[in-house]
Design a protein around this ligand. Structure first.
Ligand SMILES: [Zn+2]
Length: 313
């Protein structure tokens, strides 16, 4: 273990904790936008885990998980180092927005560019100045607006290390998920860094189960990596190989008869679509056995809207 890690021009020694500030850009009002990064080094040799949250600025559960890990002193390992970036998309966070002010999705802007759009600049900093210090990554997300995800890790099951990290986190569900073009996970994979994504709850809302599962899972992952001695007991984890959204056949009012996390059976009635005037009712039936890993909370729907995210074993 080298005595110092040099990051953003600072040398951080063994046993030290330090907040760093990466200059990202200057807004039209001359306001500087800085990215706060926390480096926590243990007293002994060990791996480096990069914990990121808020790539989508309105996905608050992950931001809260990172905050509590630090506030409760769970982010400082005995062995190795954690690097915590609690809010990667500072702009989105300030505006309660998933995206950046120019509408760009940060998680489709990797590996980024030093002179590109705001999103590409943030991506560039993460990939080139922070990620190289890490051995593994844990990235926190939630469902979109009015859409919840049951606590789950997304990983590439055919990648043994990625699967190992997911199983160590031990969420209720592990879901096979390919690497999406221009995503952080793909950019990290190309650089030989295994990153798993935790998805839980919905944007703009705290979900206590999602937050607690995320904190517990992060500790289990750190324990598995030999960074700490103790972690909460693991869940029985269900591994799901494929998933797809069940979409609305008609426009109308959606009533769900299932809850996020439910086990479902083929031909089970999952919900209904009615018109707002009570003239018609269409029953939505399950086409497979599986689990509800995500669900919309938006009752007013158009044909084609995503209603229930179903995964199969
Ligand atoms: Zn997200």
């Amino acid at each position: 273990m080298s005595e110092y890690i040099r990051i953003n021009g600072f040398d951080i020694g063994i046993g030290e904790q330090r907040e760093l500030s990466f200059r990202i850009a200057r807004l039209p009002t001359h306001t500087n936008i800085d990215l706060p990064v926390y480096v926590n080094r243990g007293h002994e040799d060990g791996p480096t885990l990069l914990i990121t949250a808020g790539l989508h600025g309105d996905e608050l559960n992950g931001i809260e998980i990172a905050r509590r890990l630090m506030a409760d002193n769970l982010a400082v390992p005995q062995k190795g180092t954690t690097i915590v970036v609690p809010i990667v998309n500072i702009y989105g966070f300030l505006q309660n927005s998933r995206a950046l002010p120019d509408g760009k999705d940060l998680n489709r802007s990797f590996p980024g560019n030093k002179t590109g759009s705001l999103a590409r600049r943030v991506a560039y900093t993460l990939v080139n100045e922070i990620l190289p210090h890490a051995d593994y990554g844990l990235d926190f997300h939630t469902g979109g607006s009015s859409r919840t995800n049951y606590p789950q890790i997304r990983c590439v099951l055919s990648n043994p290390l990625n699967k190992e990290l997911a199983e160590a986190f031990a969420p209720p569900f592990i879901i096979n998920s390919g690497l999406i073009e221009s995503s952080y996970r793909k950019a990290a994979d190309r650089r030989g860094k295994s990153v798993i994504v935790y998805e839980a709850g919905e944007s703009m809302r705290f979900d206590e189960v999602a937050i607690e599962e995320g904190i517990a899972g992060a500790q289990r992952l750190m324990k598995h990596l030999g960074m700490i001695d103790k972690a909460p007991k693991p869940n029985p984890t269900i591994i799901l190989k494929k998933s797809r959204w069940l979409r609305a056949r008609y426009a109308g009012i959606f009533h769900s008869k299932v809850e996020s996390g439910d086990k479902i059976k083929k031909r089970q009635i999952l919900g209904t679509i009615t018109d707002p005037f009570g003239e018609s009712e269409y029953k939505i039936k399950a086409t497979t056995d599986g689990f509800v890993i995500g669900l919309t909370y938006m009752p007013v729907i158009n044909a084609g809207d995503a209603l229930i995210h179903i995964a199969e074993e």
